[in-house]
Design a protein around this ligand. Structure first.
Ligand SMILES: Nc1nc2c(ncn2[C@@H]2O[C@H](COP(=O)(O)OP(=O)(O)OP(=O)(O)O)[C@@H](O)[C@H]2O)c(=O)[nH]1
Ligand SMILES: [Mg+2]
Length: 304
């Protein structure tokens, strides 16, 4: 088992504990109404949300065979079909990264830049968080380590101007990938959300059709507030994909399923720690397995 997968599993241990009724070997038919209520509560405690939890239990109860496997299939069916990121052949792939304060945008951009560089792509990053000098410095360190290039302006500069510059330069110099960082903002802050809408508009002016993707970074430990965050950012910034970080900490994996199914948004990456290796492309099968008590785990437990 990869260390990433085991860290994800470890991070989600608490969520799995809530689903103890699903221990391997128990068939769907063998569970009582009370057991199903416990399972539904377990799903709610794992941040799946009431609506999805009810739908999942309903769907599983119609199935046959091992209950954990049946829930796994039901969860996988709730995830939107995975479609690969379309990195355009003409001109740079332009990515805007948005989200609430401290969710992990800047470190995620550093990790993404490193990944793209490892694939041999040239990467230009725009320091669109101009509120704090420290934010630019933090990004500069990541960008340099990745072997990417940075566009920066003075502290307090207009973030939309930085975004515009970055995209223009990315096109002029033939970069493969352009990534624009933004300052964290709470979705209820009207002024800052308007500013984000402007950043998006200006990117489209610099390159029609851009941004090609808008990835919203969500802290996996946020709980149900993540739902309103995605709702609002999607409306204002056009979120097209999600990255859920911090699943190694207080994160309860159910939020990943809930967001993906509620908004039909692909989960692009998940984060389970602060280092480079801790950001991984999302794999629905692996993820759902790590959320549930599974046959393998049971065997490993009884064998040790
Ligand atoms: N444990 C853990 N920490 C993470 C993960 N991803 C990011 N972090 C940490 O979260 C903190 C905030 O990360 P940043 O990248 O600065 O977050 P940000 O969204 O850019 O923050 P603002 O620009 O202030 O909005 C840092 O200490 C990161 O190392 C993760 O998957 N797991
Ligand atoms: Mg940041």
């Amino acid at each position: 088992m990869s260390s990433f997968f085991s860290r994800l599993k470890k991070g989600l241990t608490r969520s799995r504990e809530g689903l103890a009724q699903l221990m391997p070997g128990r068939d769907v038919e063998a569970l009582s109404d009370d057991d199903w209520m416990d399972i539904e509560d377990g799903l709610i405690m794992a941040d799946c949300g009431a609506e999805l939890s009810t739908a999942l239990v309903k769907s599983v109860r119609k199935r046959r065979g091992a209950s954990a496997e049946a829930l796994k299939s039901a969860m996988l069916e709730m995830l939107p079909k995975e479609k690969p990121v379309n990195i355009a052949a003409d001109g740079p792939f332009i990515l805007l990264v948005v989200g609430v304060n401290g969710t992990g945008k800047t470190t995620t951009i550093g990790k993404l830049a490193t990944m793209f560089r490892a694939e041999g792509k040239s990467v230009l990053v725009g320091a669109g968080d101009t509120f704090r000098a420290a934010a630019v410095e933090q990004l500069a360190v990541w960008v340099e380590r990745a072997g990417a290039d940075l566009v920066r302006q003075h502290e307090g500069a207009d973030p939309a101007a930085v975004a515009f510059d970055t995209v223009q330069r990315g096109i002029a110099r033939g970069y493969d990938v352009v990534i624009v960082d933004t300052a964290g903002r709470v979705q209820t802050d009207r002024g800052l959300m308007d500013e984000l809408a402007k950043v998006r508009r200006v990117i489209a002016k610099a390159s029609p059709g851009a941004p090609h993707e808008v990835w919203q970074v969500v802290d996996g430990g946020t709980g149900q507030n993540a739902v309103v965050q995605v709702e609002k950012f999607r409306e204002v910034a056009g979120t097209s994909g999600l990255i859920v970080t911090k699943l190694d900490g207080s994160g309860k994996g159910g939020i990943v399923l809930q967001l993906a199914s509620k908004f039909a948004l692909p989960i692009r990456y998940v984060g389970v720690g602060e280092t480079l290796a801790d950001l991984m492309p999302f794999d629905g099968n692996d993820f759902v397995s790590s959320l549930l008590p599974g046959q393998k785990e049971k065997m490993a437990e009884s064998g040790s």
